[in-house]
Write a protein that binds this ligand. Structure first.
Ligand code: FAD
Ligand code: EPU
Length: 349
């Protein structure tokens, strides 16, 4: 019989664990068993316990992209592994990073060591292991561009696999991992980062911010500083108010619907995609449908950014999910567009 908290060497098991401080929406959910993983090499041993093997499994990083709508009746694997290893260096470097490292710490490490590429992705919450799951992106960049391969424990084949970039099927807020939920436990990500490359400053606001900073020949760390400024001025801080960043993806619609929408709503921000389709602004539609700052009990839509669902205090996962569905319905009625949640919604069975 396990005690409430048991150190197993390489991982710690906690029974009936609170997840309230392990999700940035601050939903008060519990897990039957929580395993804090410090050594990924111990995963096979842990996954072999009958209670773990025969039950539900959920991998959790910092919980900045999940919504628990109930308790989790299974084992939560909290990835807390550490390590950054430069495997080769030159004009570009190959760097292997443990899944439990904080993404923002790693970005700052790359900037401090003179590598370019990740500057637009600074200040995104979460772990390195979660970055490929939804192919994190911001300010005109996506992490996929720099991911050479992903190392994972394949729970189906019960072995370590190395998934090359092409196999990961990266797309906007999407990857192989979202299509086979629960199959892979990402243990490390291998990045290739150049020493220099053309900077991406064309996303709305970056050039203007660089000008305000008085920078006319920007280096990667200048772009990072501009992005930090823009992000902190736009997005609510989860340390102040519970949220999971954008709660909805920007929908990508076909050209005919995009044209009709733009005719009817000339103000709708739209970004043409390479395949002829068009990404349209979910925030604009949510705000125009009247939901910005809307609140029902402690569940709300941020008054700073219409894409952000917020927990004003004691909202339950069910209440937050009910509000999200209300927003989806409102946007569908007004614009005929179906919004898709970005975070992973995890229900009780
Ligand atoms: P979690 O929330 O713990 O998990 C997310 C999903 O990944 C779950 O399905 C989980 O099972 C799975 N997962 C996590 N780790 C592993 C692993 N090691 N192996 C297998 N599966 C795993 N995202 C962006 O793309 N761009 C942004 O600009 C952005 N801004 C944000 C701003 C704020 C304020 C917040 C709160 C969130 C923002 N996000 C953004 C969303 C979030 O930061 C990312 O999705 C991040 O990658 C989630 O990391 P995490 O460790 O918290 O993952
Ligand atoms: N807008 C509104 N109302 C608002 C906020 C924004 O109408 O309350 C409109 C504005 O016209 C603005 C446009 O929406 O020009 C786009 O806004 P923003 O630049 O903030 O970007 P976003 O589309 O809302 C996306 C990502 C963010 C990422 C930013 C910056 C998605 C779902 N979200 O947001 O990612 O940080 O771009 O690149 O793609 C996340 O995924 O969690 C996330 C925060």
């Amino acid at each position: 019989m396990l005690s409430e908290r048991t150190d197993m060497g390489g991982y710690t098991l906690i029974e009936n664990a609170s997840l309230a401080n392990r999700n940035t929406l601050r939903v008060d959910a519990r897990a039957t068993l929580l395993a804090e993983i410090r050594d990924a090499g111990k995963l096979p041993e842990l996954l072999d316990f009958p209670a773990v093997r025969n039950g539900r499994l959920l991998v959790l990083g910092e919980g900045s992209n999940v919504l628990f709508t109930g308790d989790f009746d299974g084992t939560v694997l909290a990835m807390e592994t550490r390590g950054v290893q430069v495997e080769s260096d030159g004009d570009s470097a190959r760097i292997a990073v443990a899944a439990g490292e904080r993404w923002d710490d790693f970005v700052r490490w790359t900037l401090g060591h003179g590598y370019a590429g990740l500057e637009n992705l600074i200040l995104i919450p979460g772990t390195v292991g979660a970055a490929p799951i939804q192919n994190i992106g911001a300010y005109g960049c996506e992490v996929a561009e720099f991911v050479e391969s992903v190392e994972a424990w394949d729970t189906r084949e019960r072995r370590v696999v190395m998934l090359d970039h092409a196999v990961c099927a990266f797309a906007y807020r999407d990857s192989l991992f979202k299509h086979e939920p629960g199959r892979y436990i990402v243990t490390a990500v291998r990045f290739v980062l150049p020493r220099s490359r053309p900077l991406r400053t064309d996303y709305a606001g970056i050039n203007e911010q660089l000008a305000r900073m008085g920078v006319d020949k920007p280096a990667p760390f200048h772009v990072a500083e501009a992005v930090v400024h823009l992000r902190t001025s736009k997005l609510p801080d989860p340390a102040v108010i519970g949220n999971a960043g954008s709660f909805f993806k920007n929908p990508i619609v076909d050209a005919a619907l995009a044209d009709a929408l733009k005719r009817e709503h000339p103000g709708l921000p739209a970004w043409p995609q390479p395949d002829g389709r068009c990404k349209v602004s979910a925030a604009w539609m949510i705000e125009t449908a009247g939901f910005k700052g809307f609140r029902e009990g402690d569940a709300g839509i941020s008054n700073r950014h219409a894409l952000v669902l917020v927990n004003h205090g004691k909202a339950t996962g069910q209440q937050l999910w009910a509000l999200a569905q209300q927003v989806m319905l409102g946007v569908r009625e007004r614009f005929g567009v179906i919004l898709e949640p970005e975070p992973v919604v995890i229900g009780a069975r």
